[in-house]
Design a protein around this ligand. Structure first.
Ligand code: P5A
Length: 440
């Protein structure tokens, strides 16, 4: 992408309304624009990152055996009256009436909708296990939308729903999602700690929140200090018994604040960390709560109908954009992990119009593009300092800077955003270094 042909409305001033780094940086980097309280447009750079995160989530859901579907944003009130949540959900639910005076709502979550799909088609335990998910916008009329997309009113969620014959089998489904979440977040460079949590309006008796640590996080968290040295999950065989893996992760103390009882804490004060964090995912087992209320039954091996056991599993896809920035930035701007970076590399031409610089920058840009790195070419007519600062701000992992002085000596400058490493080498060596992701 040539920056001169892109839409990247960078802000020079720090926006006053933004209280935390991720919100500030997303506005300054031209990623989002507020439409109304807690509701945002995603501009090209922001949309690119959002899509990359969504794709990692999708790949890992598919790998764990979940099937992608797409349910609507607008749901009929009847379904929620059946489950009893239409009244319970209160003012957080955006209620709508259509032209036929039918009560509708903008979905804050989809347990009822998926239960309705299940009961319309499935009658036998032989169709189980089944796990279906979608990645869809939600609306919750939050009392205090804040921190930009972090606590929005409209936000993108991945929500999966599992169906099993009994509690033991539902546990297998829960474990698959538990482990796949650790893998999903690790791919984004995040260490997410699963914490025992309350179930709130979703219901049920078992749940874990996945929390990344951040000073500006909204959740208080209590956990064993060894969590800070836990290995990230890499490869998983979903056909094996995952209980030992889950046990390994849950044996180490970790509680969301509402579940932590200081008088009955099993670990010593010396081992206990008390910090703040951001909830990026939340999984629930609620058994027959919705299936019993809505008549989602299957005939078991003995032919008798039983309500299916269900769980639901959420990831805050749009919140993750902010979460990753909170976890990875410095005073110059964002530092994207490679896996979600909007562009793999930037070529900065310090002197557009100069034949030598243009040829060298253009050549590097073409080669990076051919290699599939999705590069950004900064060909704007701007001060060199401003160009370099904006590349740091938008956090591209590699920058190759082409300037007239370097070209006189046959060199360009290569900078690695995260390590700060800077070297002057030939354009060819620069290309090889970036393609090899060769950090000194
Ligand atoms: C699980 C999937 C649920 O809604 N039903 C379907 C269950 N869980 S949850 O914890 O309420 O939400 C799941 C994740 O969505 C993100 N999230 C938000 N992101 C941005 N703004 C919000 N207002 C918001 N509310 C929830 C969180 O990451 C949460 O873990």
């Amino acid at each position: 992408m040539r920056l001169s042909q892109y839409f990247l409305p960078l802000l020079k001033e720090t926006p006053k309304e933004a209280q935390i780094a991720s919100h500030r940086l997303m506005l300054r980097a031209g990623m989002i624009q507020q439409s109304s309280a807690g509701i945002y447009s995603w501009l090209p750079l922001g949309k690119k990152v959002l899509d990359k995160i969504e794709e990692i989530v999708r790949e890992e859901q598919n790998r764990a055996g979940a099937l992608e579907i797409l349910m609507p944003t607008i749901q009929p009130a009847e379904l929620w009256q059946e489950s009893g949540r239409y009244d319970d959900y209160g003012a957080e639910m955006l209620r709508i009436r259509d032209r036929h005076d039918r009560d509708m709502l903008y979905g804050p979550t989809n347990e009822e909708q998926i239960t309705d799909i299940f009961r319309s088609h499935l009658r036998s335990y032989k169709a189980l296990p089944l796990n279906m998910y979608h990645i869809q916008w939600k609306f919750r009329d939050e009392v205090r939308p804040r921190f930009g997309i972090m606590r929005g009113r409209e936000f993108l969620m991945k929500d999966a729903y599992s169906f099993d014959l009994d509690a033991d089998k539902a546990r297998v489904a829960y474990n698959k999602m538990f482990v796949s979440y650790l893998k999903t977040f690790a791919r984004m460079g995040l260490t997410a700690i699963p914490m025992e949590a309350d179930t709130g309006p979703i219901g049920g008796d078992m749940s874990h929140e996945f929390i990344i640590l951040a000073e500006t996080g909204e959740s208080g968290v209590y956990f064993h200090k060894d969590w800070l040295n836990t290995d990230l999950i890499t490869d998983i065989d979903y056909d094996q018994d995952l209980q030992p893996v889950v046990d390994k992760f849950t044996s180490l103390y970790a509680r969301a604040d509402e579940k932590h009882d200081p008088d009955n804490c099993p670990i010593s004060a010396a081992d206990l960390m008390v910090l703040r964090g951001i909830e990026i995912g939340h999984i629930f087992y609620f058994g027959e709560k919705y299936s019993a209320a809505m008549g989602a039954t299957v005939s078991g091996p003995d032919g008798k109908p039983v309500p299916v056991h269900m769980g639901s599993y959420g990831i805050g896809v749009s919140r993750l954009v902010g979460g990753i920035i909170e976890a990875s930035h410095d005073d110059k701007g964002i530092i994207w992990p490679d896996s979600v970076a909007p562009f793999g590399a930037a070529v900065v031409n310090l002197k557009p119009g100069d034949a030598v610089c243009e040829a060298a920058a253009g050549d590097l840009y073409e080669k990076l593009m051919k290699a599939g790195l999705d590069p950004l070419l900064d060909d704007r007519d701007e001060r060199p300092g401003a160009k370099l600062a904006s590349m740091d701000l938008i956090g591209i992992p590699w920058q190759i800077v082409v300037g007239p002085r370097g070209m006189d000596n046959g060199v360009v400058e290569v900078k690695h955003r995260k390590s700060g490493e800077t070297v002057e080498i030939s354009p060819e060596s620069a290309l090889n270094k970036v393609l090899a992701n060769d950090i000194a």
